[in-house]
Design a binder for this molecule. Sequence first.
Ligand code: NAD
Ligand code: UGA
Length: 437
Amino acid sequence: MQIKNICCIGAGYVGGPTMAVIALKCPHINVTVVDANPDKIKAWNGPLDKLPIYEPGLAEVVGEARGRNLFFSDDIPNNIEKAEMIFMAVNTPTKTEGEGAGMAADLRYVETCARDIAKYSKSDKIVIEKSTLPVRTAEKIKEILEENSTDIHFEILSNPEFLAEGTAIQDLFKSDRVLIGGDETQSGQKAVQALVDIYSNWIPKEKILTTNVWSSELAKLASNAMLAQRISSINSLSALCEKTGANIDELSKAIGMDHRIGPHFLKASVGFGGSCFQKDILNLVYLCKHYGLDEVAEYWHQVVKINDYQKDRFAQKIIDHFGGDLKNKKILILGWAFKANTNDIRESPAIDVSKKLYKNGANLEIYDPIVEQNKIYKVLKSWEKFKNDIIIKQNQSSEIEFYDAIVLLTEWEVFKSYNYQSNIIFDGRYFLRKIYE
Ligand code: NAD
Ligand code: UGA
């Protein structure tokens, strides 16, 4: 099957970069990204230095493909109708109310997509789950599509995304693997092949893995859980290091040199952040409970609990350093993004740590080189008893004036060059340690 038009619903951190790369690598296919938020679409169509997402290399890719075969539009009905292949890349946050609140994935955005696809389609479509979804969601999507349409065949594939923010473009250019799950029927396999053909334009064939739909859906949740589990494991050991005089960096190195373990995701930190690790593990925990696997659920839940413990432990260490009271202590928070090279602040440890310091009376100033000030302010405003008394700095010179403490929460490269001589530093990313030890 020759695909000529792709539509992607959701122009966020996944939809934008993935579609930009597909368009770049497949100039023979028209790729249109649609979104329910017209301001976001306007920004995707605006100046390249003001795209809604900060991601190294993204502006160059968008600059090359936009207007050629990459388009951003708020016309959802027409673009659904026109496409033979539709990606769903909408958000799947943790549910905040109803059954499974605080654990299960909120599927309302995916369900709206499915209803829209059924409503506006006049011909057969391949519908692709790009969002991260609980295993067996495809069943539910199929139900919605079939209930809301007549005489149209929808083939559902799972094609989860494994990019990490900050390295998204490189990850998309050179994926470790592309995973495609499809039905084992003839039409299912035909649809799988159509998607394999697209990725084959730049991904070596041996890196394209095809499975059944359920394996693909679950492999995504499991991959994130395994990555996060390594971080929680090393973070739990950092607590023991502090008690015993062992050095966590030396420990990471020694453990990671075993080729069976490997060095990645063994960097101790203030805790993992980002929109996905926590939500995906909680979703996994919920699924295990749903299937009566309580011991398995508890095993994975511990990964999130250790992460919360680590964030809290880090903030408490600062409070304890000052004898339990931060009144009149001037503290500079360096970094608000959940990791370097992104403007994404979702679940950033900087938020939890700063909130605890503020609650304990600290006089805070915050600086992040990329995160927009209004985004930081929006978070602060949501805090109970926030008195508008935190300074969000627009610039920070490398000569750091006297603060009672500097708290480093994002590993921005620029922070390495600062002159910290007269300050007490709490390094939540452990990345200055080598310079100052
Ligand atoms: P996001 O919040 O950045 O983007 C989602 C977009 O979908 C938003 O712009 C929203 O306006 C739009 N949207 C929601 N419902 C819509 C609808 N019915 N019609 C049209 N537009 C709609 O989310 P994201 O970070 O891109 O994540 C998307 C999915 O990909 C999630 O399931 C996430 O778990 C998964 N994922 C994310 C990453 C990542 O690095 N952010 C990596 C891999 C997988
Ligand atoms: C993560 C996964 O790495 C991606 O494969 C996945 O596609 C994505 O989640 C997703 O599903 O959303 P991301 O959250 O963007 O990507 O970034 P990571 O590099 O995984 O970092 C996550 C958090 O863990 C960051 O706060 C980072 O600072 C922290 N981290 C990472 C550590 O504390 N130690 C490490 O050794 C590695």
